[in-house]
Write a protein that binds this ligand. Structure first.
Ligand SMILES: Nc1ncnc2c1ncn2[C@@H]1O[C@H](COP(=O)(O)OP(=O)(O)OP(=O)(O)O)[C@@H](O)[C@H]1O
Ligand SMILES: [Mg+2]
Length: 375
């Protein structure tokens, strides 16, 4: 079994720092996604693990072995690239068997392993075709097959689904999850698609500008983002983020943003972060935590976007645009007045100055009072 460890791994290209002091301990058999916007250092991280790039400093281990000085071929890792990199003149079968042939594996054994990989990836009918006669998804499966027959200690996958259309992506996503469950190997998966990371991963490492922001389970990252960046990056539609001032007023906790004044659950943030006169914060509320309520604060419907199974609704709440999601049977029209409340158990507070999360550990939802909006 194979754990993968990065210890204080740093990568600079000249004066440009692509990755800053990365610490990451991936467990044996885990499916971990590296997630972040373009240029945040995902591919660089994977390439250093594969041995295609040297870290400036720091230690990378596969299992209990430090691999910094090992050439790529001796690291026992299989990397699948976004471009698949199939050999165009070889058939599907020859492409899949190539790593075995290079290793000098006997013909009969090669045949057997190619057939097994082809069965796992539903490629049996395509074994005699050339790559140009395959769809994107089929080519992608061949690239996976070639990685599978190597039986590596871990798989490194760099945006392997990014060339596929939406439907095929969803299909391959499910197939990859199933494959991981079946073979139980460590998989490190690079993506900038947060839905992909959320649905596939045991844990997600969120990167921004070369810095690891959070490494945790999808639900923990969704429910307790450690920073404003993570909060805004994870979730579609994105979390509502409202800048304002947070003040303690006796036992009450009050958030003010222009004409909007909210009384928040007193235990929402640690008292020691509050200062006399209040602190600048960003209040975060996910769209599903914006609730219609006849006795709620008055708001106006601006835009309704039906998606079929729900509608995304843009509200005007005291000159702040707030996004909510409602069920398919809720009929709302632009210009319509509504009442809104926020789910008190699911509010997020971040420091405006550095974006760090200020929430104290939340109480169970039942013990929390609903936030009342004070005009
Ligand atoms: N060989 C190189 N020389 C100089 N800069 C590089 C080199 N390789 C990568 N970089 C820079 O390092 C940063 C991280 O690159 P990387 O390819 O890891 O990003 P990424 O997260 O994979 O992005 P994407 O989602 O666009 O693939 C980028 O700003 C990139 O321009
Ligand atoms: Mg990349």
């Amino acid at each position: 079994m194979t754990k993968v460890t990065f210890e204080r791994v740093h990568k600079a290209f000249g004066a440009f720092v692509a990755l800053e002091e990365l610490d990451l301990a991936i467990r044996s058999g885990e499916f971990v996604s590296l997630l972040g916007p373009s240029g945040c250092g995902k591919t660089t991280t994977l390439r250093m693990l594969a041995g295609l790039e040297q870290p400036t400093r720091g230690t990378i281990s596969v299992g209990d072995r430090v691999v910094n000085e090992l050439p790529p071929a001796e690291r026992d890792l299989a990397m699948v690239f976004q471009s698949y990199a199939l050999y165009p003149h070889m058939t599907v079968a020859q492409n899949i068997e190539y790593p075995l042939r290079k290793r000098g594996v006997a013909r009969a054994v090669r045949r057997e392993q190619v057939l097994r990989a082809a069965a796992q990836l539903q490629l049996e009918a395509l074994l005699d075709r050339k790559p140009r006669q395959l769809s994107g998804g089929q080519q992608q499966r061949v690239a996976l097959g070639r990685a599978l027959v190597r039986n590596p200690a871990a798989f490194l996958l760099d945006e392997p689904l990014s060339n596929l259309d939406a439907k095929l992506r969803a299909h391959m996503r499910a197939e990859l999850i199933e494959l991981h469950q079946r073979i139980g190997k460590t998989m490190i998966y690079v993506t900038h698609d947060q839905l992909e990371a959320m649905t596939m991963s045991d844990r997600i490492a969120v990167l921004d500008q070369g810095r690891l922001q959070q490494f945790d389970t999808p639900l923990e990252i969704y429910n307790r983002p450690v920073s404003l960046f993570v909060a805004g990056f994870i979730g579609t539609p994105a979390m509502n983020l409202v800048k304002g001032t947070l003040k303690a007023d006796g036992n009450r906790l009050v958030f003010d943003a222009g004409g909007l004044s909210l009384e928040l659950p007193p235990a929402l943030v640690r008292r020691d972060v509050l200062r006399e006169g209040g602190i600048a914060v960003v209040l975060g509320v996910r769209p599903e935590d914006v609730l219609l309520a006849t006795d709620g604060e008055r708001a106006t419907v601006k835009v309704v976007e039906p998606t079929g199974h729900e509608s995304i609704v843009f509200f005007d709440l005291m000159d702040h645009t707030v996004v909510g999601r409602v069920g398919p049977d809720v009929r709302l029209a632009a210009g319509e007045p509504v009442g809104l409340t926020l789910n008190a158990a699911k509010l997020h507070v971040f420091a405006a100055e550095d974006g760090r999360r200020l929430n104290a550990d939340l109480q169970p939802p039942a013990t929390q009072a609903a936030p009342s909006l004070v005009a």
